[in-house]
Structure formats: structure tokens, C-alpha cells
Design a protein. Sequence first.
Lengths: 281, 281
Amino acid sequence: MKKKEIVAFQGERGAFSELAAVQLLGPRIDLLPCERFEQMFRALQDGAADAAVVPIENTLHGSVHENYDHLLNFDLKIVAETSVRIVHNLIVPPGTKFADVRRVYSHPVALNQCLRFFAAHPRLVKTTHYDTAGSVKMMMSERPEGAAAIASSLAAANYGGEILKASIEDDRKNFTRFFLLRRPDFVTPKIKGNAKISMVFTTKNSPGSLFRALAALALRDISLAKIESRPMRGRPWEYLFYLDFLGHVDDKNVQNALAHLAEVSDLLRVLGCYPAAKIDL
Amino acid sequence: MKKKEIVAFQGERGAFSELAAVQLLGPRIDLLPCERFEQMFRALQDGAADAAVVPIENTLHGSVHENYDHLLNFDLKIVAETSVRIVHNLIVPPGTKFADVRRVYSHPVALNQCLRFFAAHPRLVKTTHYDTAGSVKMMMSERPEGAAAIASSLAAANYGGEILKASIEDDRKNFTRFFLLRRPDFVTPKIKGNAKISMVFTTKNSPGSLFRALAALALRDISLAKIESRPMRGRPWEYLFYLDFLGHVDDKNVQNALAHLAEVSDLLRVLGCYPAAKIDL
């Protein structure tokens, strides 16, 4: 039997990142929870992990710039993408009746995404915790009286909690997109179907510079999937651009486009080429 | 004496949004704290407030898509922008010694932005609270033993707390950009210096469509200050674009550019024209 791979992710066991890891690699993995994003990049780079699962953007909260920074600072590559719907569940110790719940623990962002539920049940006291999955872990080990927690179904399963009310989030269209990262020497399997490329580039600081850069793609009928500018610190009016487009790095058309783009940009870095997932975001 | 204006913002008194409000309008304002973003848009629209101060993007966390959605759904206009550096301070009841502090309350995002401080003082227990300013309010009213809070200097001033250690955040380059909103009938003072325009548009779904749209600006030497794509829900491969560029809506050049852009987009909405601030972001 093949040895299980070690997958680094940020958060406690049962975090939404763990759901993404299972979507990307199946359930037969060993998980390495990290407190901070940078730690999981380092764990992968240093060989403590075989892969890392990184949240990169969320429907409500935008791009995770910190992780784009780490993608530029570490020499790793994106080999897959997926998206996870953020479903919040009310979780209790098994056998607890809803009438006995008084206090609901979770991360404030999760509590704030369930305001309709709290409005319908004004007796419930919102109590903040440092982590969604961590609130289930604490509830199951410390058993405070009348406690429930809000977290993913995986957190309930991991810590032996029971889902009393499923999907209590206000907005069902809340998705987070994740990248699967590997070290640069990882041999990527051949991509079947559409491929997508993620890259970062900067342009010279002048009107029309982005327009000229996008010509490299548009003149070759390449479809953009994402574009985002980010001001460069300490350099007013200079920008970093995040770009995703459809195509494979082995396509002649794409290679020409990248060569053309390199002519008009100061910095250009391909972060990865991977199967384009049917993602909701 | 002129009646004070009522300014809606999200959060408790002393939130970073209140700092932005003071930067934008000076200290002689009446503040209307709102629990959720939508409530402050509604308060302004319905006349309960005269202005609203809205966070729109953050250096580390990206654009606040929810507020772009509200900008599209409500008929309000942007009349100014500013940026606030997110400075976290350790705040205590006056007279407290640092040696007596055991427990530090704040929003988990703020606690996570001060990890170096906690690493240097391992005796301190991080304790989550729903709000940064709210943690100062609670500490000053309930006075838990050995308690401190992490929040803005304004929160310390508002609730009578004392700043024991200033600027304990890990990253000094953490800025949030805010918009000042008014109702559409508000008469904007004449803009001196550079003006900036914020808009949203969609394009037809085909390769090169963004390139053709940007031609409307590039061919007229108009400088982009921000571009961001956002997938449209339920419409794969169709995007909304957020765009900021330098120029005044009264300029003939800008009017031509907007007319040209309208030709190649399905939806186009100018969200406001305002003085371009020297913002750090």
C-alpha cells in the first residue's frame, strides 16, 4: 500500500481547508495543521509536507493577498484548484436538545454569517472563539453547560459532535477557492480537458501599460478568467497584476503570449498550470 | 453654529471606521454605529444618516465584495476616499501595570496580527471577542482581573482606557481604504487637484472583451488606478469589473471614454467622482 501523503493546511482539524484537501486528494491523507499561512508554505518547501492547500479567494471577502505574497516568496507551484461552499452547522454534544442550547461558540466571522438564525432564536448568546473547528474541539472536551458550536460538518465528525441544525448560514453563495501546491520538482500528471494558468506580472508605470500587456493574450484569443491589480508598496502608481487564463504552458500559442507579455512587463512569474475546475466563485 | 452631521459606520464606537470618518469629516460629527454593512447603506438612503463611511479594500485581505454589492444595489455616490493604517495598541484600565496583565481580549483577526508580541510575552492568554473596540468597552465596564484589550487609540480614548504598549501589530503596512458616501442629490464641492472615478462594468463573454473595453481608456491616455474582475454568480465565464481611473466626469476626454466603454459593455455604472487622495494601500 502506498504511503499516505502529508498535506499542510492552516487551521484546526475540521477547518474548511481540510474539506478542500479531501476534495483535492481524497480521504487517505495525513494532515499537518498549521497556525499561520506562512508555516504551511515553509512545511512544504522544507519537505515536512508533500502538499499544501491554500485559500486564495472568497466570494464575500476577496483575494487573500497574503497567500499571493507567499506564492511569490516561496518556490512552489500550483497543481490543482477547487472551491468549497462555506456551510455552517449548529453542532452539539450528542443527545443535546435544541431547547437546552444557550450559548453558541464560533469564530466571529462565522457568527456574523448566521445572523438570521440568531435573530430567529434570540435566547442564544453568541460567544466568540478563535476558530470554527476549534470551537467544536473545545465544546467536546470542556463541555460547558448549554453550549453549541458553529462549524463545518467535518469538524462535527472529527470531534464526535452532532449536527443539530445543518446549513444555518445566511448566504448560500459563499465559496472559497483553494490551490493545491507542490514543490517545483513534482511531476504533474498530464492535464485532460481545459487547463488554466495563474501568473503574476508588473508593468511599466504609464497610461495604457495594462492595455498593452493584455494585448499579448487578446491578440491570441486567450480567455481571461481573473484579473486583479494590487498597488506595490512604497511605489505609488505601480501595480502587481494577478492573472488567470485558460491554456496550457505547452501550447505554442500560450508560449508566444508569455514571451510577448515578458517584453512589456518588469516581472513575470507563472505560478502554475493546472486542470481548470468547474468552480463556483 | 451648523448642525452636526450624522455619519453611519459599521462597528462599535472606536472602530477603525470611526477613525476614517474623522479623517474624512473632522471630529465635529455625530456617529451612528451599525451592526452590519447593509444597515449603514440603508441608514444613509433613508435619511437616518447624512453620510456613510465604508471600508472597500485592505492591503492584506483584498476588496470587500459585499460593499461593492451594496454600492450597486443602493443609489448612493462616492464623494471622497481615505486610507487608515491599522495600528493595534495594548489597552488597559488606567494605572494597570504590564506585569499584572494576564489575558488579552480582541477580535481574532487583530490577535492574529500581533503574533510577535504574544510570542515575546508567552504568559499572555489570547481571548477572542466579537470586536476590537468592543473588547475595550467590555474591559472598562466589566473589569475582568488581569485584562487588557487590543484596539485603536480611538477606542482607548472613547472608553477611558490607557495605552500601555502602542503599535504592537506585526505588519506596519496594513492599510484599509474607505469611501465616504452621500445621497445622489448631495452637491459635491468642486474638486481641486486630481480627481478619481470609481466604476463597475460588465463585458460580453468573449476572448479579448476586457482588452476592447480597456481600449476606451488607453486610447485616451487615461491612467488606471485599480482593476479587479469578479465572477458573476450563476453565469460561468461572465465577469463584473471594478475599475478606478484618474479623471473628472466633467472632462470631455473622460466623457468620450465612458461613452466608448458603454458601447462595449452590458452594464456600466459610475459609482462616484472624488478627489484622488494620497492613499497608502
